[in-house]
Design a protein around this ligand. Structure first.
Ligand code: NAD
Ligand code: TYD
Length: 354
């Protein structure tokens, strides 16, 4: 079985659902259910014997040790993190706590577990750490895309805390021989993304007739990858990645933020037109994010060459499917907006599970 952390978040829910759609191998999901965790995303797995959920913190070493002992996973896939740059600017402490301190406790528990493994389980065991391209900092317009050997130059408390965890993961390989894998992926989009991130925020605001806040001139560039392609990359890295290696994951799909927002507006004009004219009329330029990275771009040739991974979704098809996904789920959007999603655990589990 595999042990996933942060599986109730955006990428985590997609990863768990995709995994169980493709494999009979059970999944244990440990998630603290912060504001970003929404177990309703995994409601379709209720009653599925292959899936177990535990409400808890990756920083709780005793809990993680017990789960590892009881379930004997062949791999840990670490997706638990504080993940939103804007929140890291307003409250960096939670980022240091989870992305650095709690990740350290997780690594310690996994190191102890690994030390007790022998034979085949030891040879096959992997710790896959899911990280971001933001650790590499900001590119100039003419710079080549990030490669795995670029220097780490994180600029936000979020990316600095992720960089710190990447370094700890690396050190646990070099010092203790833990068979770690690290992936550094670009901006994801797709189903179940919390509407604080650019694409779902724009969809949800537009449908509510609210302004679409574009930071600064909107010419900041990101590489965008459909979350299903990221999940496939993670499966490939887990399956065939070389322990101690890092893999950059990206969509070769670099766009300016304003282009993204305009595309979302145009799709909404087509799929859910409003009386007041084009959704583009809601676009509002607002004050820029402090320290805002200007450009990210990912060179994903290593994972393509070594592991044969390439994105399967074009942006055009992926963004259309994503806009439609949100249009089809007004209830999900409403429960996230009102906070009712946070009552889901209470209602379905009568408190937290252990
Ligand atoms: P998310 O914020 O949607 O989900 C994070 C999940 O982790 C939530 O379910 C939350 O409850 C859980 N969590 C937080 N702290 C925890 C703790 N201490 N113990 C246990 N669970 C905890 O994030 P996401 O967008 O799904 O990102 C997942 C991972 O992928 C993160 O490490 C992020 O840095 C990385 N990543 C994200 C993107 C992106 O575009 N979203 C891109 C590249 C890498
Ligand atoms: P975001 O989804 O927060 O991801 P990240 O900061 O990790 O790249 O933001 C993507 C880009 O969109 C980033 O350049 C900031 C910008 N942005 C806006 O212009 N307006 C918004 O309301 C948000 C949330 C983001």
């Amino acid at each position: 079985m595999i042990f996933v952390t942060g599986g109730a978040g955006f990428i985590g829910s997609n990863f768990v659902l995709d995994w169980l759609a493709r494999s009979e191998e059970p999944v244990l999901n440990l998630d603290k259910l912060t504001y970003a965790g929404n177990p309703e995303n995994l409601a379709s797995l209720q009653g599925d014997a292959r899936y177990a959920f535990v409400h808890g913190d990756i920083g709780d070493g005793e809990l993680v040790a017990r789960l590892l002992r009881d379930h004997q996973p062949r791999a840990v896939i670490n997706l638990a993190a504080e993940s939103h740059v804007d929140r890291s600017i307003h409250g960096p402490a939670a980022f240091v706590q989870t992305n650095v301190v709690a990740t350290f406790h997780l690594l310690e528990a996994v190191r102890n577990y690994f030390a007790g493994l022998q034979g085949e389980p030891r040879r096959l065991f992997r710790f896959l750490h899911v990280s971001t391209d933001e650790v590499f900092g900001s590119l100039q317009a003419s710079d080549p895309a990030f490669r795995e050997d670029n220097a780490y130059q994180p600029n936000s408390p979020y990316s600095a805390s992720k960089a710190a965890s990447d370094h700890l993961v690396r050190a646990y390989h070099h010092t203790y021989g833990l068979p770690v894998l690290t992936s550094n992926c670009s901006n994801n989009y797709g189903p179940f993304q919390f509407p604080e991130k650019l694409i779902p925020l724009m969809i949800v605001n537009a449908l509510a007739g609210q302004n679409l806040p574009v930071y600064g001139d909107g010419l900041q560039r990101r590489d965008w990858l459909h979350v299903a392609d990221h999940c496939e990359a993670l499966r490939r890295v887990l399956e065939a990645g070389r322990p101690g290696e890092t893999y950059n994951v990206g969509g070769r799909n670099e766009l300016a933020n304003i282009q993204i927002v305009q595309r979302v507006c145009d799709l909404l004009d087509e799929l859910a037109p409003r009386a007041g004219g084009s959704f583009r009329g809601l676009i509002t330029h607002v004050a820029d994010r402090p320290g805002h990275d200007r450009r990210y771009a990912v060179d994903a040739s290593k994972i393509a060459t070594e592991l044969g991974w390439r994105p399967a979704h074009t942006f055009e098809e992926g963004i259309r499917q994503t806009v439609q996904w949100y249009l089809d789920r007004p209830g999900w959007v409403e429960r996230v907006k009102t906070g009712a999603y946070r009552e889901w655990v209470q209602a379905h589990y009568q408190g937290s599970l252990q």
